[in-house]
Design a protein around this ligand. Structure first.
Ligand code: ADP
Ligand code: MG
Length: 307
């Protein structure tokens, strides 16, 4: 099978962990173990989140007195693709001796008139108390919103239209490589309607939606979304919480999951399954192999044809 894996940004940096390089390096070992088990049996493309990492770089850039303006999010996103790509490539190199591994900086085309620019929803950076988040928002012009465990900065997240390097990823896969790409949803760019010239945009594309698009364009069989919960729950966080073992896109869409976290995952899974007739699943990183074999996570399968 050809599998596109969308790895949560939290897999490399868990909530509340100090964002040190050493911490991320240690966490990649767990990631590599999970991915290596898949890559031994399947063609694998790995996309990853970058919320914690790009938030950290943005704070550093804003505080750097040598700069006349902080770096825009597109360039910070490119930095995280390089950094996380390298961390993953190194550990996978050790976990899969002899396997070709390529980490690619990729760009995601978005529309300049995407309404998402006026409505920031994507969480980046660390969790703050309400008071501190409000103070930072006033000082730095941030938008803030409540995440599951506290308050965080939110930035615009335009919809991905196309991954510019899809053809190159295809070729690398055909050459037997495991490809790491579209990190943080890819570096967001707009194309000039007349000349096609690319311009970076100050935003972060959702990695789950980019992964769905990439999976569709690469003709993948399976979209595997790995995160820090074992599956999708109905009534999440209430006394009446139930695991969703499997669902069709139509059933999943009735769930109305939160925009900054589970919403994009269920939407990505639903889109991929609807458009391709393939399978998708949402589950825990450590259970990656189990999920693909139908023994863990939430499986999203096509709706039965009507009539
Ligand atoms: P990632 O880095 O993997 O993208 P997110 O924080 O974006 O992580 O999304 C995973 C989080 O979604 C979980 O940690 C959980 O707190 C939250 N979540 C919200 N609603 C649900 C739900 N209905 N079922 C499971 N998890 C949910
Ligand atoms: Mg997320």
């Amino acid at each position: 099978m050809r599998i596109v894996v969308a790895l949560g940004g939290n897999a490399l940096l868990h909530r509340g962990e100090r964002p040190d390089a050493a911490v991320q390096q240690a966490n990649t070992v767990r990631v590599a173990t999970a991915l290596a088990a898949l890559a031994q049996e399947h063609e694998v493309v790995v996309t990853h989140g970058n919320g914690p990492q790009i938030g950290l770089l943005a704070v550093e850039s804003e505080a750097d007195p040598a700069l006349s303006a902080p770096y825009p999010l597109d360039l910070l996103g490119a930095q995280t693709e390089g950094m996380i790509g390298s961390l993953l490539a190194r550990t996978l190199h050790d976990a899969l001796p002899g396997h070709r591994i390529a980490a690619l900086v990729t760009h995601t085309l978005v529309r300049a008139d995407d309404p998402a620019f006026a409505r920031p929803t994507k969480f980046v950076g660390q969790v703050y108390s309400r008071q501190l988040a409000q103070r930072l928002a006033a000082k730095r012009g941030w938008h803030i919103a409540r995440d599951t465990t506290g308050w965080r900065r939110v930035v615009a997240s335009p919809a991905p239209e196309r991954v510019l390097e899809t053809g190159t990823v295809h070729q690398l896969l055909d050459g037997g490589a495991l490809v790491i790409c579209a990190g943080g949803g890819g570096v967001p760019v707009t194309a000039d309607p007349d000349t096609g010239a690319l311009t970076g945009v100050d935003a972060v594309v959702d990695k789950d939606l980019t992964a769905a698009l990439l999976a569709e364009d690469l003709k993948a069989d399976f979209l595997l979304i790995l995160t820090d919960v074992p599956c999708v729950y109905e009534g999440y966080g209430t006394h009446d919480q139930h695991p969703v073992l499997d669902a069709t896109p139509r059933e999943l869409r009735l769930g109305h999951f939160p925009a900054g976290s589970m919403g994009p995952k269920t939407e990505a899974a639903a889109r991929f399954v609807e458009r391709t007739g393939g399978l998708a699943a949402i589950g825990a990183l450590d259970a990656a192999h189990e999920i693909v074999h139908g023994r863990s996570g939430t499986l999203i399968r096509p709706d039965l044809p009507v009539g």
